[in-house]
Structure formats: structure tokens, C-alpha cells
Ligand binder design. Structure first.
Ligand code: NAD
Length: 433
């Protein structure tokens, strides 16, 4: 099939590459000329394991190309995929200005029947608005479909090539048939539904996963007070098939470009129809506070943070990505600086992106984990990168001024810690602190 993907971010680029990998001709469009130039040279502007190799192989095979020219791409395609960003507005609602602009560009360029497939996460009813935006500018026939994206950054290629399910929301039988055929090589688990249900499936899924995370984080806070171990509790719960073990890892809460904005957007969607989504509001509130347990534990260990040097390991919101959007590290480091501490930070790949969000003369940027820890009064682990799990803890302690370790992601086990000089704080495992 001939496909145009509009937006070459984490979703658009990975989708475009994977659709070309299964034999389609894909043109990826972006309005950022620097990005398009990089991509044309075979370079990937984001970090995503396996993406660069797959992209270059498909470019070489002639199935994948990049352009800024949206009109030409649309003319050459049967399916147009919208994959631009929908970031939060200050009131929590999704900012639909990028989607609206793209819809109007489609409307002014469409020259024959197309299927317009929205992958961007958009509030319920948005695809109807997209349909109107396009229709207002063209007489040509087209069908709308909402096909929400569920990939996770860090495993995006695998998630796209082997998805748990594909949701196709459309009122058009013709679009169902074509989009089923497009996705069949990826999975048999294809759910077809109406557009609004498809839009809601995306928000409900993310809200549910966020709820699991906040739930186990609250359990971990109680575990710390009653002497239970949250990792054993989660294990015991997770074997129950009705519960499942994923997203039951206690830590410093969720971040990233999806859960924070999608939970806020769903609260707004509910509010717009006079529904007070109390449960989700609490999930968000719990998540906002959970990250500051790191600060509370530092204060417990060091008393005052003013004048202390704190090492921070991990800036990305999760491992295997360079994405720092809404990463807990942003607010934790800001709070450390507010309290007069200096910070030495290290992340294997996200430092450059992070510095665009937070920079200060009180932060120095280390080029290795050990360098960040050198002479520190305490070390905070904020992202569970594999390389942090593999460090020699005795050597690490010897590098630091005070062997205080705040493990915000529970990456170390008791037998790793017990023979070290560390004063160790983890999440919901009071026996280890
Ligand atoms: P992103 O910000 O990484 O990428 C968006 C891209 O769109 C950018 O490259 C930007 O230059 C481009 N763009 C914006 N306006 C354009 C226009 N008019 N023409 C051409 N290109 C344009 O965003 P993302 O993380 O890929 O997310 C895209 C959508 O997918 C969002 O709605 C998001 O909620 C959703 N989503 C994201 C993830 C994720 O893990 N990142 C997962 C599932 C769903």
C-alpha cells in the first residue's frame, strides 16, 4: 500500500519505518526541515533501539522516504496517517492546533479518495472535527479512522511490529477492510469499533496503567510504615491473572510524554461533560507527590540539603529513551537546587535533551556514572538504566564523600547492598533501608 505518515516523532517515525518493513511504500512528512535533512541522510533524530538499522534498510530497499512536501506525499498515497503531537495546554486539555493544521493541509491537497487514519492521541470527538476540517476544504471523498497508538518508548520498534492488539475505529466498511489488510501482518488481534470508542480506548488504557502505578506507589508508602516489602507484595499480587504483574513496580512515579498529559486530558474530557473523574484526579495527585519521597529521604539522611552535593543518575523518564518530557528528574532536581544543593547529573543518552529543560550553574553534567558520584554527599537513582544495575557498589561507595544511596527505582537487591557501607533507602522496602 502507499502510505503517508505526517509527523516523524516517536510515533510517526517508528510507524512509518515499520509499515515499510512489512512491504508498504511509505513517505514520512515533517515540517521541521532539520529533521527531514537528518532522516534523509539515514540519521535518526530520536533514540530508539533498533530503529536506525531498520530505517536505513528500508530506505535502501526504496520503500521509505522523507519529505517536507506534504502535498506531493498526499497525492502519492492511499492512506494518510496523522501522527503529530497533542501536548497539554496549561489547563490540561490536549492542544489540537497541530492536528487541525494537518487536517487543513490534507483538505487543501487531497486529490482522490483517501483513508485518513489518526494515530495521534486525541480527545473523544476529535476525529469528527478532523473530518469537518478536511471536508470544509475539499469535495473529494475520504474516510476517517481512529487507530490509536500503544507503543512504548524504548521498545517502540518491537511494540509496533508485534503489537498486543490493533484498534480500528471507523464508520466505513471500506476503511475497515483496507486497514485490516494493512495491519494483518502485525497481528490477528484486531478490534474494530466506532471512532469514539477507539478514541476512548486509548485514554482509558493509559489512565488504567497510570492507576496501577499510583496504586502500587501508595501501597509502597504504607509498606514503609508497616514493615512490609512492596516488591514481595507486588509479586504476590501479580501472579493473580485478574491483576497481572506489569505496571506494579513501585518507584518515583510515572512521567513521559503520554501518561501525564493523557490522564490530565481524560480528566478534562470528563469535566467537559460534567463528570468529576475523582479516581483519576487522585491518581494524578499521588503521582505528583511520589517523586518528592526522594527529597524526603535525602532530608532524613542529610538533615539539610543546603550546601550538599547530590549525584543524580538518570534523567530520562524511563530507560532506553532520550525523552525527558515530564520526567520526574526535572522537578526533583529543581527542588534540590531550590534547597541550596548542587547537583552532578548523569544519563547515558538524555543529558542533552534534559539541559534544554533545566540548566543552572549549580548543575554539572557528568560523562559517566562514577564521575557523577565522585565526592557526592548522596546519590539518587531516578531512572532504571541497566548500566546502573551493573556498577560495583563497593567502588561506588569509595568514590563518594558519604555513602548515602536513594534508590528511587528499587534497582538493587538486599544481597548487593548488605556488605557495602551504604546507608540505603529504596521504595517500600523498609527492611532494606
Ligand atoms: P513528537 O512530538 O515526538 O513528534 C511530532 C512530530 O510532528 C514532530 O517531528 C513535529 O515536527 C511534527 N509536526 C508537527 N506539526 C507538523 C505538520 N504540520 N506537518 C508535519 N509534521 C509536523 O510526538 P510523538 O511522541 O511521536 O507523539 C505523537 C502523538 O502520538 C501524540 O498525540 C502522542 O500523544 C501519541 N502517542 C505517543 C506515544 C509516545 O510514546 N511518544 C505513544 C502513543 C501515542
Amino acid at each position: 500500500m502507499n502510505i503517508t505518515v505526517i509527523g516523524t516523532g516517536y510515533v510517526g517515525l517508528v510507524s512509518g519505518v515499520c509499515f515499510s518493513e512489512i512491504g508498504n511504500n511509505v513517505i514520512c512528512v515533517d515540517n521541521n526541515p532539520e529533521k527531514v535533512a537528518l532522516l534523509r541522510e539515514g540519521n535518526v533524530p530520536i533514540y530508539e533501539p533498533g530503529l536506525k538499522e531498520l530505517m536505513n534498510a528500508n530506505m535502501k530497499a526504496g520503500r521509505l522516504s522523507f519529505t517536507e512536501d506534504i502535498g506531493e506525499a498526499i497525492n502519492r498515497s492511499d492512506i494518510i496517517i496523522i501522527a503529530v503531537g497533542t501536548p497539554s495546554l496549561p489547563n490540561g486539555e490536549a492542544n489540537l492546533s497541530y492536528v487541525e493544521l494537518v487536517a487543513k493541509q490534507i483538505g487543501s491537497h487531497i486529490d482522490s479518495y483517501k483513508i485518513i487514519m489518526t494515530k495521534s492521541t486525541v480527545p473523544v470527538g476529535t476525529n469528527d472535527r478532523i473530518q469537518e476540517w478536511i471536508s470544509s476544504l475539499t469535495q473529494h471523498a475520504f474516510d476517517m479512522a481512529s487507530v490509536p497508538e500503544f507503543l512504548r518508548e524504548g521498545t517502540a520498534v518491537k511494540d509496533t511490529l508485534y503489537p498486543d492488539r490493533i484498534v480500528i475505529g471507523t464508520a466505513s466498511e471500506r476503511a475497515v477492510a483496507t486497514l485490516k489488510e494493512l495491519h494483518q501482518p502485525l497481528t490477528d488481534q484486531i478490534i474494530t469499533t466506532d471512532i469514539r470508542s477507539a478514541e476512548m480506548i486509548k485514554y482509558a488504557s493509559n489512565a488504567f496503567l497510570a492507576t496501577k502505578i499510583s496504586f502500587i506507589n501508595e501501597i509502597s508508602n504504607i509498606c514503609e510504615k508497616v514493615g512490609a516489602d512492596v516488591s514481595r507484595v507486588a509479586e504476590g499480587m501479580g501472579y493473580d491473572k485478574r491483576i497481572g504483574s506489569s505496571f506494579l513496580k513501585a518507584g518515583i512515579g510515572y512521567g513521559g510524554s503520554c501518561f501525564p498529559k493523557d490522564t490530565q486530558a481524560l480528566i478534562q474530557i470528563a469535566g467537559n461533560v460534567d463528570y468529576d473523574f475523582k479516581l483519576l484526579k487522585s491518581v494524578v495527585e499521588v503521582n505528583k507527590d511520589q517523586r518528592f519521597n526522594v527529597i524526603r529521604k535525602l532530608e532524613e539522611a542529610l538533615d539539610v540539603l543546603d550546601g550538599k552535593q547530590i549525584a543524580v543518575w538518570g534523567l530520562a523518564f524511563k530507560p532506553d529513551t532520550d525523552d525527558v518530557r515530564d520526567a520526574p528528574a526535572i522537578e526533583i532536581i529543581q527542588r534540590l537546587l531550590d534547597q541550596g544543593a548542587t547537583v552532578k547529573a548523569y544519563d547515558p543518552i538524555a543529558t542533552e535533551n534534559f539541559r534544554k529543560e533545566v540548566d543552572s550553574p549549580a548543575i554539572s553534567w557528568a560523562s559517566s556514572a562514577m564521575e557523577a558520584a565522585r565526592d557526592a554527599d548522596a546519590l539518587c537513582v531516578l531512572t532504571e538504566w541497566k548500566e546502573f544495575m551493573e556498577v560495583d557498589l563497593a567502588e561506588l561507595a569509595a568514590h563518594m564523600d558519604q555513602p548515602i544511596l536513594i534508590d528511587g527505582r528499587n534497582i538493587y537487591e538486599e544481597d548487593q547492598i548488605k556488605d557495602t557501607p551504604f546507608q540505603y533507602y529504596s521504595v517500600g522496602r523498609p527492611g532494606l533501608t
